[in-house]
Design a protein around this ligand. Structure first.
Ligand SMILES: *Cc1c(COP(=O)(O)O)cnc(C)c1O
Length: 474
């Protein structure tokens, strides 16, 4: 492709993307296909000869579109949001266009310095401790996902404990029964053998600090060593908020690492009125939040912050001979070599899209959308609470509404199925305390209040007055 052809195809593709966003709300939100249908549209072998690029792009409509679940649809209420925005899309394009590898400061000074600076901005914007800035003792590094951030934190905690002489076989990780599966997975990848799932408090589903302390005492008595605890600010199931200060106070008295998983709810901290949920962060060692969920920055963009960067760098730094000459960050180094802050060596210019989102949408704009989503969630939660056949199963501290049908699991599932069958709205169910419930997660950038109102109209119309009505189906 020549530069002239690139200009022309690039402009056409931007038009195509803008058309997609214009029309996404009119499309059925989920595809109507069976496994293998998309592959069947593809040739058996890769092309030996180049094809015209117009034909390549045309297959976005022919091959790709029929197989999409539309995460940017205004009726998207499933899982958590995977936000995207035009400035972020352009930031991705610019990053690809620059083709940088920012593994060390010297291999791309701008990639490193923009990232460090923007993440220091976020420390202020999210009300995090000042020591977490790269200009102080800590710092943030962009990772692919919260799972990577949590895995990395667990490896650092393991190394710290190993340096104190604790055998890996005796190390114990704690998190709540409601924690994201990435804690267990990260522990497994980090070869940490024991994960204790601590009980939660009925009603709030938040980790019980007393149950955590009791578990620690029991393990100590059995000759094991508590090494790390992972409280959540906003669990995936119901956005429960663990009492970070109480948990961290117990953990500190046993020299444990504290890693906070705020993958979803961390973005809400851009609004000061939510920050009481993260009280106690000055006692925490590491923290992860995903701007790719709720800060309008396309996947992938997860931040890992550490209060003190030395243990992280000690754990992750390996200096192969072919990189010695360019390394900047040795003891007292003036620059950051981000390859020492995570597992990968190579790294792209991920901070560019985050920087562009902050500048183009502005912090006020990001705050407004979070406040809107949370306000609409409270509105919906109030409708649910007033409905004779429905019942909230958890509080609504952010923009997730968790509820069940009083008629039981079958009625709850029938209600969810009826909503999904419209293909105008999409939501998912989960299980808490052995009970099935519906999660309505408000957070697509294209969702407006009227979409939440029409979702409620469907829920109201489909929930009937008894379980018998629900069993009739949509
Ligand atoms: C979404 C989520 C994760 C996983 O995030 P990835 O970036 O997809 O790995 C972890 N923890 C919580 C609380 C989440 O909501």
């Amino acid at each position: 492709m020549t530069p002239e052809e690139f200009r022309s195809h690039g402009k056409d593709l931007i038009d195509w993307i803008a058309d997609y966003w214009d029309s996404v709300g009119q499309r059925p939100i989920t595809p109507d296909i069976t496994p293998g249908e998309i592959r069947a549209l593809l040739p058996d072998r890769a092309p030996e000869q180049p094809e015209p690029f117009d034909a390549v792009v045309a297959d976005l409509d022919r091959v790709v579109m029929p197989g999409l679940t539309h995460w940017q649809h205004p009726g998207w209420f499933a899982y958590f949001p995977a936000q995207a925005s035009f400035p972020a899309i352009l930031g991705e394009l610019a990053a690809a266009g620059l083709g940088q590898q920012g593994m060390m400061w010297s291999t791309s000074p701008a990639t490193t310095e923009v990232e460090a600076h923007v993440l220091d901005w976020l420390v202020d914007l999210l009300g995090l401790p000042q020591t977490w800035k790269t200009t102080s003792t800590g710092g943030g590094a962009l990772q692919m996902s919260a799972s990577d951030s949590t895995h990395t934190a667990l490896v650092v905690a393991r190394e710290q404990a190993a340096r104190r002489g604790t055998p890996i076989a005796e190390m114990v990780v704690y998190t709540s029964t409601q924690a994201h599966s990435s804690v267990e997975k990260g522990a497994r990848v980090a070869a940490l053998p024991t994960v204790r799932l601590v009980d939660t408090t009925p009603g709030t589903h938040a980790m019980s600090a007393e149950a955590f302390e009791a578990a620690v005492e029991k393990d100590l008595a059995a000759g094991l060593t508590p090494v790390v605890v992972c409280p959540s600010v906003g669990t995936t199931g119901t956005t429960a908020v663990d009492p970070v200060r109480d948990i961290a106070t117990v953990a500190r008295s046993h020299d444990m690492w504290v890693h906070v998983d705020a993958a979803y709810a961390g973005s809400a901290m851009i609004c000061p009125e939510f920050r009481h949920h993260q009280d106690g962060l000055e006692l925490v060692d590491s923290y992860t939040v995903n701007p790719h969920k709720w800060l309008q920055t396309n996947f992938d963009c997860s931040v890992l912050w550490v209060a003190d960067r030395r243990p992280l760098i000690e754990t992750m730094s390996i200096l192969p001979p072919y990189l010695v000459e360019q390394a900047a960050s040795g003891e007292g180094g003036a620059a950051i070599d981000y390859r020492d802050w995570h597992v990968p060596l190579g790294r792209r210019f991920r901070a560019l899209k985050l920087w562009w989102v902050l500048r183009s949408i502005g912090v006020e704009g990001l705050r407004r959308q979070i406040r809107d989503h949370c306000e609409w969630a409270v509105w919906l939660a109030n409708r649910v609470a007033d409905h004779p056949d429905l019942e909230l199963v958890a509080p609504t501290p952010f923009a997730l509404v968790s509820f069940a049908h009083r008629g039981g699991d079958e009625a709850t599932q029938a209600l969810a199925d009826a909503v999904v069958a419209t293909r105008v709205n999409y939501l998912a169910t989960s299980v808490i305390d052995g009970r099935r419930f519906i999660r309505v997660s408000i957070g697509s950038t294209t969702t407006r209040r009227e979409h939440v109102e029409s979702l409620w109209a469907v829920i109201d119309a489909s929930s009937g007055s008894t379980a018998g009505r629900a069993s009739l189906g949509p």
